[in-house]
Design a protein around this ligand. Sequence first.
Ligand SMILES: Cc1cc2nc3c(=O)[nH]c(=O)nc-3n(C[C@H](O)[C@H](O)[C@H](O)COP(=O)(O)OP(=O)(O)OC[C@H]3O[C@@H](n4cnc5c(N)ncnc54)[C@H](O)[C@@H]3O)c2cc1C
Length: 507
Amino acid sequence: MSAKKVIVIGAGFAGLSAACCLARKGFDVTILEKKNETGGRGRKTEADGFMFDMGPSWYWMPEVFEKFFNRFGKSAADYYSLKRLSPSYRVFFKEASPLTPLRGRGEQSSSQSVLDIPAEKEKLFALFESLEKGSSKKLQQFLDEAAYKYEKGVNEFVYKPSLSLLEFADVSLLLSLFRLNMFSSFSNYIRRYFSHPKLLQLLEFPVLFLGAKPENTPALYSMMNYADMVLGTWYPDGGMYKIAEAMTKLAEELGVKILTGENVEKINVENGKVKSVVSNRKEIFADTIISGADYNFTEQKLLEEQYRTYSADYWESRVMSPSALIFYLGVNKKVDNLLHHNLFFDADFSVHATEIYDKPQWPSHPLFYVCCPSKTDAVVAPEGMENLFVLIPVAVGLEDNDATRDKYFEMVMTRLENRTGQRIREHIVYKKAYAHRDFISDYNSFKGNAYGLANTLMQTAVLKPRIKSKKVKNLYFTGQLTVPGPGVPPSIISGQVVAELIEKELR
Ligand SMILES: Cc1cc2nc3c(=O)[nH]c(=O)nc-3n(C[C@H](O)[C@H](O)[C@H](O)COP(=O)(O)OP(=O)(O)OC[C@H]3O[C@@H](n4cnc5c(N)ncnc54)[C@H](O)[C@@H]3O)c2cc1C
């Protein structure tokens, strides 16, 4: 009997992961990717000797990557070499004098308006204690609880397809829901342990990754603080793109056919089953289809209305994670006072969060993030130069034009120059801006979202868009808009989950 044919739409992390898992099980897998390269949001762009990662820059939860490669008898080390960053990252807080020169790695400025977050546990505890007396003991309790949540959450919950509540009906899992703090808010939860504003901001930062206001995020997600503070921040030499490159190589080794420049324009359904997909080049027939492309786009644009599980109104009512305005900058000198990862928290988080979620608008005084990978990796910029990636989280669905981009460029450059104490603008030799309209044209992203759906309680597990269509028998979904959620590790897991479901249903 010939192998069952599977078509995967999209070569992002989720599509690549699903393709690898199914190819290993003997399926005949073809990926159709609209761009000319793989990786989706984890692609790279190269210009004038600079190599920029276009999307993800934080390598967290390294064991998720390792477990993925282990499934195929491989290790991440077979494809790239990882290093743990130490300090993990630098945070610029408010109330600083305009110029806060730093004396060296790991040292804090006298006013503590700039903090380096140590990778070592003892130093981290000492930092907490220096800001709030007694907080190091509380940090231990907090991290013990977070470790339990991480263990349960990442090893049990996220690997479930979440098609039915019955999957969670196991008594120990049900009981654990309470210890996991599914029903209390992250914001209230951390305030039970800590009160210093800087510690609170530090702990709320990973929630930015999950894209929801801390008050609307279940306290379950303190497991992300465990990922941050205990498991650490890592970096693959050569850039985050190494992950997509590795997964692409693995897929090819497993016999997956990857066709790039194939823009899927229609999914043909007959008798409640997908018969074929039509790309800009051809019609392709298959037994099973997985869409790793944007879920909303797949349903609303590729399927006829009667085959959609969700209506346009459903999508309008979803809380989306933010979009982002990004600047990729090549600088022809070394930039002082930055680490690899730098968070500019010198603005009011609650005002910015309101401007993202409650009253969507371009932010008045945004928080922003600067990645400077050339601090730890020589290959991402020419010698003596610096590679800067500046990201401002912004609401989805905003009007995105050049004048607005220019305005925010000037705003963040002024703050960056003031806080690091040097001129940077006139040293920029490469500049590319990226925001909503690029997310839409590159990835068919719903409202130009960068990170998919927000992880609110009402959008968790069974309440997320389903991994399997209700209307079309052999149509499945994967990626950041379905379970388990946004981020590179969850997207890789999403691919594994859909592959296991298909294998179970088809064998
Ligand atoms: C700026 C930014 C920063 C981020 N930072 C981090 C971080 O530091 N750490 C982290 O863990 N996560 C981060 N994330 C989130 C993470 O990158 C994503 O959650 C993840 O990459 C999503 O993968 P995916 O496979 O679901 O989707 P995608 O990467 O969007 O892949 C979908 C693929 O489908 C293709 N496609 C779309 N339509 C079609 C079509 N019609 N036909 C064929 N192909 C199609 C697209 O071209 C794309 O390749 C970041 C994301 C962004 C945007």
